[in-house]
Ligand binder design. Structure first.
Ligand code: ZN
Ligand code: ZN
Length: 178
């Protein structure tokens, strides 16, 4: 079971349903959507005007202490101290991950892209960060969602699926392995 916690998504709330369907399809697990039991404002860094993704991971872990895996999905701008921004973050081999749609939009770059582009990007980021919680590191294959992404163009270039090797790493326990 994966718990998905949407918060401060604004107009991107509509992405939750399709992302849930994508995760259930890919991981073969039930996804339950829950409101956050924490105040997201606690992760705001007032100086940067951005939200600390590590603080969100801790808030999500405490909030979902009874869930085997938790994914936060937000519309606010995330950072980790050494980087300008991150699309998302996860505990490698842990329980918590968070993704943001903030940097997935094309509008800030003056580009008009079809609305489904944003959904595709959000799905890929959700799969990618949850892949990290399964212990997967970045994959060199172009045909794998675990390839690292610095720019949205990198996200667009990779598919919304795991390569054969990475898929084995996220298979539910008891799944037949080839
Ligand atoms: Zn990554
Ligand atoms: Zn891979």
């Amino acid at each position: 079971m994966i718990r998905l916690v949407p918060f401060m998504l604004g107009a991107h709330e509509a992405l939750v349903g399709p992302v849930v369907a994508c995760l259930e399809r890919t991981f073969g697990e039930r996804v339950e959507v829950r409101d956050p039991g924490f105040d997201p404002a606690a992760a705001l860094d007032e100086r940067r005007g951005q939200y600390d993704s590590r603080r969100f991971l801790r808030l999500l872990l405490d909030d979902a202490h009874d869930a085997p895996r938790v994914l936060g999905m937000t519309g606010v701008d995330l950072f980790i101290p050494v980087l300008t921004f991150v699309f998302g973050e996860a505990q490698l081999g842990g329980r918590a991950a968070v993704v943001s749609t903030f940097r997935l939009r094309s509008e800030p770059y003056g580009i008009v892209s079809p609305p489904e582009r944003l959904l595709e990007r959000a799905m890929k980021e959700a799969l990618h960060e949850l892949g990290h919680t399964h212990g997967l590191v970045h994959c060199d294959l172009a045909d794998c969602v675990m390839r690292s992404s610095t720019y949205v163009e990198d996200i667009d270039a990779k598919p919304a699926r795991f390569c054969v090797d990475c898929a084995r790493g996220v298979a539910p326990p008891g799944a037949a392995s080839a």
